[in-house]
Write a protein that binds this ligand. Structure first.
Ligand code: ATP
Length: 513
């Protein structure tokens, strides 16, 4: 199966089993907006819990808030979003399709890199055991030619983006002979800036003064509550404020399923530190966040850091944690050293003093900030796509299994009477009644046991519990494990402890150290 086919299969599986539906589907959908179904919302809530508890509960110096989506419009002037939250867009005159100019160039660079890697693979095949990749990359003329080209185009792109030079961006697209993937033509408009914020009107006011924005990030709700939280929580620097919530961006190119949405959820944490100490904390948060991802066990090689080439207007260091999605490595989380830009600007724009008196140094200052910002939906996609597995079984059958980390599985156990008679459903119901106080469980008595197992595999349920005639006598049941498909007899009284041990978040948290 190609990556593209796999991605399509993932998307239709998500719909078929109630994880994710296209929004407003009976009206033919709304582009780049999705709804989470009955199982999707469970998985999403579990991811939230993993993040929230790892941040807020495990760190004495981090607290959480839940700020409103609507905020005073001046906030978005202070944050720079009104002036600079733009994407450079370009239209193809033949297909009438709109693209982000920087994304067209990034895709072009990715193709060049693919060619470069193909040359390396050719070399590997030719030289076999004796192959020295580093030396090959440093000396092979074809590889060097590609590398020089990549670096030259990248340098020009970064320079154009940094200087906000829209003409230079367009010239580069023309120079690289980039064609529209739909029409195949190179007939491009000029590059224009496009603000990504959605706006609406507050109350009955219809002029400019009533314009407010749907927040494009949750971070500003944290900054404007800095003083409230610091004072009421008696927080001492260094400390953090965390928040999970919706954010909205009028993305130009919305594609790749829930990777890029117009309405999405972020999990952000702003960590306030002493000026001058930000690099130490930046490095620490890079490590801490990567460890959080890796503890999920989706594969160590699925993650990599990517340092930003072009720093945002507020940052003095920034990197992404990228994940190997079905369409390649892409940003999953951003870690940014935001200096005192946000608090400093809110101080300026609001006229309020936003400072911290440091009892250790006897000084007042505007704290510096390290931000960790992760997309909840992208994390969902990462977990879900890494877990999805089409397996050929020994008996020639096939199964789709979601090998989700058990703590995140939407359903923890399915309880099934072997047959719908002889008192088996009654005992199964009794087990259900007990387990549901602790775990999200499903009761299923329809179809053959084999079919019921497949249904639970497809939604990632770690345990299937089957009640048979023997159970009525010995009060033991057959427990079948999702990944190994092993079966064992377990006393009914021992079920709760067995499931709890496997699905607990504790196991994940212990890996975080
Ligand atoms: P990108 O470069 O992919 O547009 P970004 O650098 O603009 O992302 P940030 O502003 O750093 O993203 O936002 C923090 C996180 O929020 C991202 O790492 C991502 O996980 C998530 N995110 C951002 N935009 C979207 C979106 N349109 N849909 C889903 N998640 C998003």
């Amino acid at each position: 199966m190609t990556q593209e086919e796999l991605f399509k299969a993932l998307i239709s599986h998500a719909k078929e089993y109630g994880f994710i539906f296209p929004s407003s589907e009976i009206y033919d959908g709304l582009s780049a907006v999705y709804d989470y179904g009955q199982l999707g919302v469970e998985l999403k809530n579990n991811i939230k819990k993993y993040w929230w508890d790892a941040m807020v509960r495990l760190n004495e110096n981090i607290v959480g808030i839940d700020s409103a989506i609507f905020m005073h419009p001046r906030i978005w002037e202070a944050s720079g979003h009104v002036g600079a939250f733009n994407d450079p867009l370009i239209d193809n005159k033949d297909s009438k399709k709109r693209y982000r100019a920087d994304v067209l160039l990034e895709d072009y660079l990715a193709k060049l890199e693919e060619k470069e890697n193909k040359e390396v693979e050719k070399g590997r095949r030719k030289f076999g055991e004796a192959f020295d990749e580093e030396q090959f990359r440093a000396t092979n003329p074809n590889v060097l030619r590609q590398r020089n080209k990549i670096e030259a185009v990248r340098a020009k792109m970064v320079a154009a983006l940094e200087a906000n030079d829209l003409k230079a961006l367009r010239d580069l697209i023309i120079e690289c002979e980039i064609a529209c993937p739909i029409s195949g033509s190179k007939n491009w408009t000029d590059v224009r800036q496009f603000n990504l914020m959605f706006s609406t009107q507050l109350g009955s006011v219809s002029d400019e003064s009533g314009t407010i924005y749907l927040r494009p990030e949750t971070a500003q709700g944290i900054f404007v509550n800095f003083l409230n939280v610091q004072k009421t929580g008696r927080m001492k620097i260094p400390f953090g404020i965390a928040q999970i919530g919706k954010a909205f961006r009028n993305e130009i190119v919305a594609r790749q399923f829930i990777f890029r949405m117009r309405e999405f959820e972020q999990m952000e944490m702003q960590f306030f530190v002493r000026p001058g100490e930000e690099m130490k904390w930046y490095e620490q948060w890079k490590q801490t966040r990567l460890a959080w991802h890796k503890a999920l066990g989706l594969g160590e090689d699925k993650y990599r850091y990517h340092d930003h080439e072009k720093l945002a207007h507020y940052a003095n260091a920034a990197c992404d944690i990228e994940f190997d999605f079905p369409f390649g490595f892409k940003e999953l989380e951003g870690i940014h050293s935001r200096t005192d830009f946000d608090l400093g600007n809110h101080q300026k724009f609001s006229g309020r003093k936003i400072q911290y008196f440091d009892p250790e140094t006897n000084e007042s200052y505007v704290p510096y900030v390290i931000e960790t910002s992760i997309g909840l939906d992208r994390t969902f996609l990462a977990v879900y796509s890494a877990a999805y597995c089409e397996e050929q079984l020994a008996d020639g059958e096939q199964r789709v299994v979601l090998r989700l980390p058990a703590a995140l599985s939407p359903v923890k156990a399915a309880v099934m009477p072997l047959v719908k008679k002889d008192g088996l459903p009654e005992l199964a119901r009794e087990i259900m009644r007990d387990l549901k106080f602790d775990f999200n469980c499903q009761y299923d008595e329809k179809d053959s046991i084999g079919k019921r197992y497949r249904r639970q595999d497809a939604i990632g349920t770690p345990f299937c519990i089957t009640v048979d005639h023997q159970s009525l006598e010995d009060r033991c049941v057959t427990v079948r494990h999702r990944d190994s498909m092993n079966q064992e007899r377990v006393p009914i009284d021992a079920l709760r402890a067995m499931i709890a041990d496997e699905v607990s978040f504790r196991k994940l948290f212990e890996k975080l150290g």
